[in-house]
Design a protein around this ligand. Structure first.
Ligand SMILES: Nc1ncnc2c1ncn2[C@@H]1O[C@H](COP(=O)(O)OP(=O)(O)O)[C@@H](O)[C@H]1O
Ligand SMILES: [Mg+2]
Length: 435
């Protein structure tokens, strides 16, 4: 720890205590941790002080500490107050990658939690399955998509995972142009997108009948809203894929600025079990992006500062592992040179009625949702429709933590992977505080 950082920490801890005391909410900073991007102070509250009294002071605290925002978190150790690290260290993909291999099947690297644990997403898990990335311009959505794509291409054989990339701007996935994992070359034109989605929908049906799911196909979409707005039944096709794709090994990972109702139907949003949310501009946008209130996503710092949100559990903050387009290309070239020619995988032609069928299944699911909302009893034929369209109900039941549970388990199973050595957070004890 530099001397300057040490002084900064002492000063901020004093300021925190001062502001809280002035607002009749005395508390003591007992210490904290210094992560690559965040400093987390642990607070001991005086017995009569309520947590709500402190969280109400977010703006006053940010002002006093001269930081853009503060975030609170309840933990077993006490109340945590998070502020940005004034000397941030980058979280790089290459810095993490060597220690992560080999990764289990269809698992992508997302980034690192601030205490140094890698955050991975297992696509096959019902808690992941399809991923919706949102955040304002500059929050780091495109970089996150690249990290996911590159980690899949580097970590998985083309017989296991194939990628399909849609990007109206044609820039997000440039690094992947020559990987053997690509099912088709970059898809930019809406007509090609539609045609590819129709074929995927058809493939999903074929695989369903045959009970197949390999190779898994990961559809990566940047600027999802632009794509949906081109119309042409694209939303119906995408909705079908997120409703039923997982069992057929088809996964959607899509990024958009603001997943509001104007852009994405509720049905589509409800079928993304995992949401990755970067900086958003308002509390209202945070609610739309995370699908829940008081997530604090509006106080994220941008440039890869994200939170992972799944139904039911606390949001998990992480920093996206950064890889530049150039580095991605260098690494991917190495794999491409070693890789055997990927087996041909042709997508089936879709019959003309594929959109109409998709729309009919979606209408049935909507009707069902409406009935559930109104408390109407199910009729038996309706229940069959549930199975038919795989509708999970209003809120997809998801748990980000399971992915994490798995991660820890993975850490300990030294038989399948080398033990990882991730830098543990530096601890900081406030002078004068009992350690
Ligand atoms: N994980 C990250 N680590 C470091 N810098 C990042 C990270 N993600 C994004 N950035 C920075 O922010 C810029 C914008 O990121 P980008 O992914 O293009 O945002 P978006 O697609 O949300 O508009 C990048 O060019 C890069 O400089
Ligand atoms: Mg972008």
């Amino acid at each position: 720890m530099t001397r300057m950082l040490r002084q900064y920490l002492e000063h901020q801890a004093d300021e925190l205590e001062r502001v809280l005391l002035n607002h009749r909410a005395p508390a003591r900073v007992t210490g904290g941790t210094i992560g690559p991007r965040l400093i987390r102070f642990t607070l001991d509250l005086a017995p009569q002080v309520r947590m709500a009294a402190i969280t109400a002071l977010a703006d006053d605290l940010a002002l006093a500490l001269k930081v853009t925002s503060v975030r609170f978190e309840k933990t077993a150790q006490g109340l945590i107050i998070e502020i940005p690290n004034p000397e941030p260290r980058p979280v790089t993909f290459m810095g993490m990658w060597a220690d992560l291999q080999p990764l289990p099947a269809a698992t992508a690297l997302l980034g690192s939690t601030d205490d140094g644990a890698p955050l991975l997403a297992r696509l096959a898990s019902p808690d992941v399955a399809h991923v919706l990335i949102s955040g304002t311009t500059g929050s780091g959505k495109t970089v996150l998509l690249r990290t996911i794509a590159v980690s899949l291409a580097l970590g998985q054989a083309p017989t296991e995972v194939r990628l399909m990339c849609f990007d109206p701007k044609g820039r997000a996935f440039r690094a992947l142009t020559d990987t053997p994992h690509l099912l088709r070359q970059m898809i930019v034109e809406p007509v090609e997108v539609r045609e590819s989605l129709r074929s995927l929908t058809r493939l999903m049906e074929v695989r369903d009948r045959q009970g197949e799911h390999l190779p898994r196909i990961v559809v990566l979409v940047d600027e999802l809203a632009d794509l949906v707005m081109t119309g042409d039944g694209i939303e119906a096709l995408l909705t079908r894929l997120v409703q039923r794709g997982r069992e057929a090994g088809i996964h959607l990972v899509a990024a958009t600025q603001r997943p509001s109702a104007a852009v994405l139907s509720g049905l589509m949003r409800a079928n993304f079990p995992l949401r990755l949310v970067g900086k958003v501009v308002s509390a209202e946008d945070a609610r739309i992006a995370t699908g829940r209130g008081q997530s604090g996503a509006e106080s994220l710092n941008g440039r890869g500062d994200f939170m992972a949100v799944g139904g039911g559990t606390a949001a998990l903050r992480f920093q996206v592992a950064f890889i530049s387009e150039q580095d991605a290309r260098i690494e991917l070239d190495k794999v491409a040179a070693e890789a055997k020619i990927a087996p041909e995988l042709t997508l089936p032609e879709a019959p003309v009625e594929v959109e109409a069928a998709a729309q009919a299944a979606i209408d049935a699911a909507k009707l069902l949702a409406l009935e559930q909302q109104n408390g109407a009893p199910f009729r038996s034929n309706r229940q069959r429709e549930i199975a038919l369209c795989g509708y999970a109900g209003g809120a997809a039941t998801t748990r980000v933590e399971q992915a994490l549970d798995w991660m820890t388990a993975h850490d300990e199973s030294a038989t399948t992977t080398t033990k990882k050595r991730f830098s543990l957070p530096t601890f900081f004890n406030k002078s004068g505080a009992a350690a």
